[in-house]
Ligand binder design. Structure first.
Ligand code: C2O
Ligand code: CU
Length: 567
């Protein structure tokens, strides 16, 4: 009797299932921003602590970066993990060497210092590691943070923008915790919901118009967001910018990596409570989050209790209005100017494929190819306007994401985009057997060595090879490259033994040269003194196995990453 009572207390009373206030990460802004990624642990459940990743003083997730369009920002990313990582600014239009894709590795203990001018429109973006084959493991343990870009256009609208008061970051995740309370980054029996890393959260909100910046930070699951009682709300922004008007709706479905900014009018609700929910019963079969599909016996378990049911995500307790509340919703916002389909220079077809029609858990491919760091899938001339035709030939949905650009959806099958999909996007959820067309323009940055990625944002699909890469190359030889990197020349390349390295325009007194293999393992490192801002040295790669390596020249805050091929 006593023992069972004790067990009962351990299971219920001691568990941390009580409601907790929603964690609102602090903000970082200004021209210099430092992030340190480290591992930690959190008491998510009773019993064993859960191993996590977090930035700076956070054990899980990271601070919200607030960037101003047009401003120059210098970042410093220190990797305190025991694993090599990278840091990607999801949705931001930056040069390839600033993009933090799998080629731009940060070794354990090292610091990466990208810098760029913020060119994106006001919207909600995010940052996360992008290490080849390890993205799910690093991100799902908590390596993720929000980016808010502000601009002068957005500032002219009477919108809630007081962070944490009437403008809230809402990172929604579902996790699978194993019997030892550890996160399974590939888990598809994800039953633990978190918002900003808070389980069972509530948020006190004022009785006025509030803004929520929704990010689907889950590994695979789509959320069909809505509120208790089908209360309507307004969608004002998609991944890469404001819409042309506030769209009144009762649902917004987001796949992994997708964002939406919504306005919720709580003016008449002082003293009441409601929930942000996922109406997952409306998600069709094949879209992760919808009903569990009948599984062949060899599949890993996928029967999450969250599949195909409506569930609460975040309780909102409405209290008194704040001073100077926003009480109205603007009708018109920013005009959208999608490129005309007739202006496209080329059309590319990307088929989503698998080894057989029965595959539900992967691996999935683009056009039958698994990701290869050494294979450039496309060379895109600078300033090309392109239509990409995404054809999903598999039985599950995929959240297609492309770096460098924001795109406009032209068509889904035979109809135009929904009104909430008409704005700038960088992720689109492509349902099973659907075809989606988008149009975009590849502008401003070229690089003949470091590619941009396109991939499925369902992280385990990405890690399993559902990723490709493209270079944006000068359209003509006279196109000037926007670059803050030192000018570096390596030759010969490919090489068998000695590689000469010359760099000019070095702003620091010394430069650091390192070579890693594609898994990020450091093979060679060398510190060189600059003479008259120049560097002239050589390295010996005789001992390297034939293949592809990454050579990084780092001088002060500048760095250049290049591919080196050993014959
Ligand atoms: Cu958020 Cu390439 O990813
Ligand atoms: Cu996928």
């Amino acid at each position: 009797m006593r023992l069972s009572l004790l067990i009962y207390i351990l299971l219920s009373g001691m568990s941390l299932s009580a409601q907790q206030p929603l964690f609102i990460p602090d903000t970082l802004s200004g021209p210099n921003i430092s992030l340190t990624l480290k591992s930690d642990s959190v008491q998510f459940l009773a019993g064993q602590k859960t191993q996590t990743n977090g930035f700076n003083n956070y054990k899980y997730l990271g601070p919200t970066l607030i960037l101003k369009k047009g401003s120059t920002i210098n970042l410093s990313v220190n990797n305190q993990l025991t694993d090599t990582t990278t840091m990607h600014w999801h949705g931001l239009h930056v040069a390839p060497y600033n993009d933090g894709g799998p080629h731009t590795m940060i070794l354990p203990g090292a610091t990466w210092t990208p810098g760029f001018v913020v060119m994106n429109d006001a919207a909600t973006y995010f940052y996360h590691p992008h290490m080849g084959m390890k993205t799910a493991a690093q991100v799902m343990l908590g390596a993720m943070g929000l980016i808010i870009v502000r601009d002068s256009t957005e500032a002219t609208f009477n919108l809630p923008r007081r962070y944490g008061l009437d403008d809230f970051p809402i990172i929604v995740q579902s996790q699978e915790l194993d019997t030892l309370n550890q996160i399974d980054p590939r888990g598809m029996v994800d039953s633990v919901l978190m918002v900003n890393g808070t389980m069972n959260p509530y948020l006190d909100v004022p009785a006025q118009v509030v803004r929520m910046r929704l990010l689907n930070g889950a590994q695979e699951r789509a959320f069909n967001f809505g509120f208790t009682g089908n209360k309507s709300f307004y969608v004002i922004a998609t991944d890469g910018g404001l819409l042309d008007s506030a769209i009144s709706t009762t649902r917004i479905r987001l796949g992994p990596g997708e964002r939406a900014e919504i306005l919720l009018d709580l003016s008449a609700m002082n003293g009441q409570s409601l929930y942000l929910m996922s109406y997952a019963s409306e998600i069709p079969i094949g879209v992760q989050g919808g009903p569990t599909m009948p599984m062949p016996p060899w599949s890993p378990p996928m029967n999450s209790p969250l599949n195909g049911i409506d569930f609460n995500i975040l309780q909102l307790n409405v209290g008194a209005a704040s001073v100077n509340p926003v009480t109205t919703v603007p009708t018109t916002l920013v005009p959208l100017n999608p490129y005309a389909a007739s202006s496209a220079d080329s059309i590319r077809t990307i088929n989503f494929t698998a080894d057989s029609a029965m595959v539900m858990d992967g691996p999935f491919y683009f056009n039958g190819n698994s990701f290869d760091m050494m294979r450039i899938d496309y060379r895109i001339p600078l300033n090309n306007i392109e239509i990409w035709k995404l054809v999903n030939e598999t039985m599950v949905a995929h959240a297609f994401h492309i770096h460098d650009v924001q795109f406009y959806i032209l068509k889904k099958n035979n109809h135009g985009p929904l009104s909430v999909e008409k704005g700038k996007k960088d992720v689109v959820l492509v349902e099973p057997y659907d075809t989606v067309y988008f149009i975009t323009k590849f502008q401003d940055f070229t690089d003949t060595a470091i590619p941009y990625m396109y991939h499925c944002h369902m992280l385990m699909h990405e890690d399993d090879g559902m990723m490709g890469q493209f270079l944006v190359v000068p359209a003509t030889t006279s196109v000037t490259k926007i670059s803050s990197s030192p000018l570096v020349n390596i030759y010969p390349n490919p090489a068998d033994d000695i590689v000469n390295i010359e760099a000019s325009n070095i702003s620091s007194t010394t430069a650091n040269i390192s070579v890693t293999d594609i898994t990020g393992k450091l093979l060679l490192q060398k510190e060189i003194k600059a003479v008259n801002k120049n560097i002239n040295t050589s390295i010996d790669i005789n001992a390297f196995a034939p293949g592809f390596y990454i050579l990084t020249v780092k001088a002060g805050v500048e760095q250049k990453v290049m591919k080196l091929v050993k014959k």
